[in-house]
Design a protein around this ligand. Structure first.
Ligand SMILES: Cc1ncc(COP(=O)(O)O)c(C=O)c1O
Length: 357
């Protein structure tokens, strides 16, 4: 793929945040973006890096009416040796294509996605924060751009990649989170869009998350749509429980996102000889386990936090502590191992880290 590069002139350069402190997430965007268009029958065309800015979009663009949109999220960061790295980016690229298939959108060849990401990160390398844990967040997305009304797959699409510096997730230390088990609303039903990374799933989650935040919770834990009994996942993370010494996580049954971090956690736990089960987990088993001590740890897994220990769970109006609201040994070990591999401090036995030369 040929990528035409138009760099931003000095007067279109954006102001970089002064330090990694207070960066937060999603507040800053780098100078450039990658774009390319797809038209049915013609394939992907016009790959280019251009200054970051507004997109020309018809008000009839199908994405605005029928929600045909998919996205990804990954990070570029400076490893200990000063090289710029990506963590398992081909998994994100393959997941984007699975989301594309579910939403009747064209796939973007994995090699082209990776080439676009690498070229963009190289162009905006000055935007990658150097503080340990801070990174350049990368957001690839595909939207339906055909100007037409009528519920059918769009014949035109735009693939875009934007990036922006984000702060270290644990700027104030590795702290357990407080989670509300959501009993009324559901995120996704089996057979729906749950396993695709598409805006609709996040739109569906907003109301419950807003109510939970207002009550002082960090996130909601979703239950299945059919029975409100089986654990699904947390807001933007997959969920794990250490129950009677076994590491348990819900299976990829179609309604949850197949997380890259989830896969990394399962791989490491299996290598360490920890019994692992991908099986349905009833919320009753979790709450009972927290109360009687058979649940020794619970944690979320995701790109942003890597591992996020759960310190308390609220269900049916009652709150139970997990591991007395302390960070568990396995949560800490997994966090240290994954971030150690990412930053080149622990040998990368699985070839998970890719350098951007
Ligand atoms: C709904 C949801 N589940 C799980 C995850 C974790 O996935 P990953 O480990 O690939 O970041 C995310 C984050 O992308 C998410 O948005």
């Amino acid at each position: 793929m040929e990528i035409a590069v138009t760099t931003a002139p000095a007067d279109r350069r954006r102001t970089k945040p002064g330090s990694a402190e207070g960066l937060g997430f999603g507040n800053h965007f780098s100078d450039h973006m990658f774009l390319m268009e797809h038209r049915e029958g013609a394939g992907w065309r016009d790959a280019r890096i251009v200054p970051y800015g507004p997109l020309p979009l018809l008000p009839s663009a199908m994405v605005l009416h029928y929600g045909q949109e998919i996205f990804e999220g990954l990070k570029a960061y400076y490893a200990a040796d000063g090289s710029i790295c990506l963590f398992r980016p081909e998994m994100n690229a393959r997941r984007l294509n699975r989301s594309a298939a579910r939403l009747c959108m064209p796939e973007v060849p994995v090699a082209d996605q990776l080439q676009a990401i690498r070229a963009l990160v190289r162009t905006d390398r000055d935007w990658i924060p150097r503080a340990r844990g801070a990174s350049l967040y990368i957001r690839p997305a595909v939207i339906a751009t055909e100007g037409a009304l009528g519920v059918r797959p769009s014949a035109e699409h735009l693939f875009l990649v934007i990036t922006g510096p984000v702060g270290a997730y644990y700027a104030r230390g590795f702290e357990p989170v407080r989670i509300l088990v959501e009993e009324k609303f559901v995120r996704a039903a089996r057979g729906g869009l749950g396993e695709a990374k598409t805006g609709a799933n996040y739109a569906a989650s907003l109301l419950a998350a807003k109510a939970a935040k207002a009550e002082g919770f960090d996130q909601v834990l979703w239950l299945d749509a059919g029975e409100r009994r089986w654990v699904e996942e947390v807001g933007t993370m997959n969920i794990f429980f250490l129950l009677r010494g076994e590491l348990v996580t819900p299976p990829l049954s179609g309604s949850i996102l197949p997380g890259v971090t989830r896969d990394s956690v399962l791989t490491l736990a299996r290598e360490w000889g920890i019994p692992v089960a991908e099986r349905p987990v009833a919320i009753d088993e979790v709450i009972r386990g927290a109360a009687d001590g058979s649940l020794s740890e619970a944690f979320g897994s995701g790109t942003a936090a890597v591992v996020s220990p759960v310190g308390a769970l609220s269900f049916q109006g009652e709150e139970v502590l997990v591991n007395r609201n302390r960070v568990g040994e396995l949560s800490r070990r997994l966090y240290q191992e994954i971030t150690g591999i990412q930053y080149g401090e622990i040998p990368d036995r699985h070839r998970w880290v890719q350098r951007v030369e």
